[in-house]
Design a protein around this ligand. Sequence first.
Ligand SMILES: Nc1nc2c(ncn2[C@@H]2O[C@H](COP(=O)(O)OP(=O)(O)O)[C@@H](O)[C@H]2O)c(=O)[nH]1
Ligand SMILES: [Mg+2]
Length: 448
Amino acid sequence: MSTPPGEGGIGIVRVSGPEAIRMTHAIFVSTTGRDIRTSPGRVFHGEVRAAAGILDEVLVHVMRAPHSYTGEDVIEINGHGGAAPLQAILESVLAQGARLARPGEFTLRAFLNGRIDLVQAEAVIDRIRAQSQAALRAASTAASGRLSREIRALNETLVGALAHVEASIDFPDEDLPELVNETLRIRLEGAHEHMIELLRTAESGRRYREGARIAIVGRPNAGKSSLFNAMLREARAIVTAQPGTTRDLLEETCVVGGVPVRLADTAGLRHARDEAEQAGVRAARAAMGQAEAVLLVVDGSESDGPENAVLAEDALALDAPSIAVVNKIDLPHARAFQADWLGRFKTVCAVSSVTGEGIVALEEAIAQLLLGANAVTPEQALITRAHQRDSLRRAADALDRLLAHYDASPEFLSLDLREAIAALGEITGETTSEEILDRIFAQFCIGK
Ligand SMILES: Nc1nc2c(ncn2[C@@H]2O[C@H](COP(=O)(O)OP(=O)(O)O)[C@@H](O)[C@H]2O)c(=O)[nH]1
Ligand SMILES: [Mg+2]
C-alpha cells in the first residue's frame, strides 16, 4: 500500500516487478473491455473483482519498465481510500502471489536497478519529511541529481588519474612526459578544491534538512513566549503577565530568513518555585546547551538586574553564537535600555513582540548568524548528511596526502586514488556496504 492506513479520498496499492501486470490483469476488469497486458493505454477504469464479487471501483495506472519509479513494471491501483476497500484490493493482489513490500523497498529497487543513486534515494526521504519549503527545495535539488553529478565528475577525474598512474606501474620504463604529470596534478588539485567547497556546504546542508535549533532563553516575563509566537506568526505558546507560566519546552518548526529552524520556547530561568518549574528550568538549560544559536531575551522596559548578567555570561560561554534581544520597545524607556553586559554581544536586536517591530531584522540577523560566510542556497549541490560528509572528508584527505607526496612512487599514488574513489562511491551508493544500505532504507515508510 502506498498510502497510509486510514480514511482518505483515494488509496493506492502499488505493485512492482515483472509479474505486476499479469497479477493485476487477473483481478481487474476494465470498463471498456481493454486488456492491460496488451493495450497501449496507461490508465484504465474498471473494477477489482474476486470470487465474492466486485471489491472496488478503481483506476489502474500501468507504467512499463524502465519508465517507472522502480524501473520495473509498476501498477498502481487507485481505489477508494478507506481501510476496507484497500485491504480487499491488497489481499486479492497478494492472492495472485505478490508479497508485501518492506519499508523503502520500492525506492531500494529504483536504486538497485540504477534508476537513481543513493543521494537521490535519500532525497526521497527528505522530500517526504521536509518541514519547510526550503527543506523541500534542498531535497528536490538533491533528487534532481545536482550533487550526484558533481560527485560523478569528481570520480571521473580520479579514475582518469588512476589510469595514468597504473599505466606507469605496468610500464615503468615509459616515463610519463612531464607535461602529462603536470596537467594531472593541476586537475587533481582542482578536484581537491571542489571537494573542500562541497564540504563547506555540510553545515548549511544539514540545517536545510533538519532545521537549526534555536533556543529562546531569558528571565521569566521577559517576553520569550511572546517572541516565540511572533516568530511563528501564530499564538502557540501561552503568554501571561504571571511569571513562570511556560514550564515545558515548546518546539516548533519555522523558516527564518530562508533557513528552516526548530525554535524552542523555554521556561524562564530563575530559582524555580516548585518542582514543575524546576523541571522546566532544567529543560531550558539543556535546550540552551544543544542550540545552534541562542536568543537571550530581556525586558527592556525594566531596569537591568543582576540575573540578566548571569544569563548573559552563560549564553556567551556557549560554543553557539547568541543574540541579545531587548524586548518590549513599544513601552516607555525600553529603547534606552542599558546594561554593562550588552556590549559583549556581537548582535543586539531591539524588538516588540507585541507590535512586531524589529522582528524581521532579528530574523535576518539569525539567518546571517546561521549561514555566516558560507551562505548557500537550497538550489546548489549540498552535503546534507553526516555519512556523505564523512565519506567526502576521507576522499579529500586521501587527495591531500597524494598531492603532498606527488613525487612518491606510483604505487603510493594509486593507493590514495583508490581510497578517494571508494569514498566517493559511498556517497552515490556504488561502494556502500550492504549494512549501511539496509540502515538507510529502513528509515523509509512502507509504500515508498
Ligand atoms: N508591551 C509589551 N508587552 C510584552 C511584549 N512582549 C511580551 N509582553 C508581555 O509581557 C508579559 C510576559 O510575556 P511572556 O511572553 O509570557 O513572557 P515569558 O515569561 O518570557 O515567556 C505578558 O504580559 C506579555 O503580554 C512586548 O513586546 N511589548
Ligand atoms: Mg513563557
